[in-house]
Structures are given as C-alpha cells and as structure tokens.
Design a protein around this ligand. Sequence first.
Ligand code: ATP
Length: 232
Amino acid sequence: MNALAVEGVWKYYGDYPALRDINLTCEAGSCLALIGRNGAGKTTLLRTIAGFSRPMKGAIKILGGSPRETATRRNVGFIGHGIAVYDELSALENLMLYARLYGLTDARTKALQWLTETGLERVRDGLVREFSRGMRQRLAVARAFLHEPSLLLLDEPFTALDDRAIAVLQRLLREALAQGRTVVMSTHQLREALELATHVTMLNRGQVAFDGPCTPEMVADPGLVYARYGEG
Ligand code: ATP
C-alpha cells in the first residue's frame, strides 16, 4: 500500500516554478531520502505534502486521504525549519499541549516518555526560550514522534543535532520503520540519511532528476547520486 502518492504536482512562487510536475510514491514502511542542492525545492515539496501549502496543479494522497483533512493530519509528524514549540512554556508543557491537541488520553505519560527518548528528561521543566539550538531540535523530534504518526515528514532533521542526538534520531527512525511507519526526509547529511533510506529522490530545480531504490553502492559513496545525476 502507498503511504504517500504525489501526482503531477506543480507549485509557483510568482512566475518561478519551484515544483515542476513532481510524481512520486512511497510504500508504507519505506524511508525516502529527498536530496538536492539548495533551492532545489525540497522544503516546498515537504510543506506541500504536509498540507501547509496547496499545489497549484496535481494531487497529493497521504494514507489514502487528503493532506488537509484532520484525520490525515493526526497521522502525520512534521519537523520543519521552524520548530513549532512555544518559547514561554517548558519542554514538558509544550509536549503536553501537543499531546492534548492530538487527542491523546495519556498526555503526561506520552510527553514524559518522549522527553526521555530524546534525552530532555532532566530539563523537562526548563523554559524553551533558554534552550540551546540542539535542545530545541530534540524537542522538535519529540513533538513529531509524540502521537506515533504513520507518516513522518522531516525537513533537515539532523541539522543542529550533535553526534549523540543524531544517533538517537537514527535509532528512533529505525524503530518507526520497523513498526511499518513511513519516513520522508530531506537532507544535506547524506551519510546519516542513506544509512536509513530505502529510496532516494533527487530534485534539481524543482524537477525529479533521480528516483530509485537506495543501493549499497550509494551507501558506500553518498556523493554518487549527485555525481551521476546532479548538474555538476
Ligand atoms: P534548501 O536546501 O536551501 O532548504 P530547498 O531544496 O528546500 O532548499 P526550497 O526552499 O523549496 O528549496 O526553494 C525552492 C525554490 O523556491 C528556491 O529557488 C527558492 O528561492 C524559492 N522559494 C522558496 N520559498 C519561496 C517563497 N516563499 N517565495 C518565493 N520564492 C520562494
């Protein structure tokens, strides 16, 4: 079953086509690494898939539904460039707030569980405004996983994480994939991403330049796809 289907999607900023006829599918339980140079369209595509921005042409299906339906949103976890947590609340308060928004009955238990998973247990009562960038990014990870979504959409999730936190996120993603959940992540950190990816899609100026399975050859030489299909 496809967890995600992107069909003929176009998106313009003014008269600049940031996405040009994007087609891709993602089977449930797979991990897609979305790669491409700065400005290739990765963020625009992830935001469109997440339903934050509407495609001008084409359609997106997530778990059989539309990205903008409430039922679909409850089943999606998102990490974007803004981390979407409240500065004036503590880490625990933030997660409890989101847990309630997602309709979880055991909000406090779930919040505490994900603070522990992301190594933020000790600072759970600290205000987010006092957190370092790395701590904020860990909290963004906790928020995305909190409601155990079927589809995780992650824009540069490894950015701002130290090596230990990268290893933690990789473990969490591995566990999510083993449970049959689906991951789509954009990244410049090829090595970390390709270790997990089952598929690779490379965008070039808003178009799909490469789309295929992640091979052992790519894992051994993460620059390979850029070398073969990039613009140089
Ligand atoms: P990066 O790796 O730098 O995050 P990206 O692959 O995520 O890049 P996007 O951020 O999706 O690329 O941008 C794709 C193109 O659309 C770029 O040329 C960018 O300048 C342009 N663009 C993105 N957002 C806007 C906007 N809000 N208004 C106008 N142009 C935009």
